[in-house]
Design a protein around this ligand. Sequence first.
Ligand SMILES: [Mg+2]
Length: 369
Amino acid sequence: MLITITASVSHSFLSFFYSPSPSSPRTLISSLLPNKLSLRSSFLPFSSLGRRRHHLHSQPTGSVSANTMNASSQKLENPDDLIDSVETFIFDCDGVVWKGDKLIDGVPETLDMLRSKGKRLVFVTNNSTKSRKQYGKKFETLGLNVREEEIFASSFAAAAYLKSIDFPKDKKVYVIGEDGILKELELAGLQYLGGPADGEKKIELKPGFLMEHDKDVGAVVVGFDRYINYYKIQYGTLCIRENPGCLFIATNRDAVTHLTDAQEWAGGGSMVGAIRGSTQKEPIVVGKPSTFMMDYLSQKFGILKSQICMVGDRLDTDILFGQNGGCKTLLVLSGVTTLQMLQNPNNSIQPDFYTNKVSDFLSLKATAV
Ligand SMILES: [Mg+2]
C-alpha cells in the first residue's frame, strides 16, 4: 500500500499579523493517492496542473487527516481584519449561502459589501447533481448576482480534472451520477455514457449470462445518484476492473447530504462506497476536502492560497478543504455544525475563526463602530 506524506502550511489568523513570516506548519498525513500506478501508466503526459501532486485525499469524510494543531478556533470579533487580510473568499453554498431553497438572511448584502471592497468571491459545492450553469440559475432564482465562472461544483471539478490530465479524446467516461456531471463532461468535450440513461436498466440473470461493457471507457466518475442500481454498479465495476488503466474518480465522499431538512440522507460517499467495495480500489477525489479545486482556483486566478479564506459550515469538508489548501478558514454555524460540535474535545478540526452566519461580517462591523 502506497502512502503519500505531504506537508501543508496553514497560518492562523493571528500569526498572519504578528509574525513577519507566518508559518505554523501543520503536518498532514494524506492518505494514499489512489490509482497512482494506473494514472502514471495510462495517460501521461499530464498537463502542468495534472502533473502536480494533488492532495486527492481518499479518506472518507468524517475521518481526519492527522492534524497536529489542537489550538481552539476564535470567535470572529473583528471582521475587518479578516477581510483586509484576504483577497478571495471561497464560500460553501448549502448552510452558508442558502438552506435548501431558502436564502440565509443577510447574504446578498454581505456579498455586495465584499465585492465593493474588491474581494473575489468563489462558490464551491460538493453537490454534483447540477452543472455550473444550473447552479447559476439557482443563484439567480434566489436573487443573487453570481456569475457562472464564480461557481465550482464537484461536477465541474470531475471534468476539469480529466482535462487537467489530458484524458484522451478517444476514451469514454462512464458516469454513476446525475445530470450535472454529464453537462460538464459535454462542455469539456469528453465522451460519456451512463448517468440517468442507465437509471431504469435492470439485469436479468440467466445461466451463463455475461454483461458486456465498453472497452473504451477510461474513467468511471461516481457522484451522488438517486437512481443508482445494480446495473450501474456492475458496469462501473467491470470498467475499472477490466479496462487497463481505467480511473475511478469520486466527486466527493460525503457521508450524508440534506435532501430535506427533516433528516440526514445517505450522501455521495454511499455510491462511492459501493464501487470501492466491488473494485477494492480507492477513488481519486476531486471535491472537498481534496485540494484539487483549491489548486485549480489558485492557478486559474493566480491567487496565493494564503490570500484565500474558506467559509463553510462543515468541519470535515469545508474547513479541512481550506486547511489542506493552506488557506484561512471561517466556520459559520448556520448549517450542520453547532458550537457544541466545534468545541467537542473529540473534534480535532479547528477553523481559524467561527461565527454564527455570513452576515456577521456586517453586523459585527456595525457593533464595532
Ligand atoms: Mg455546506
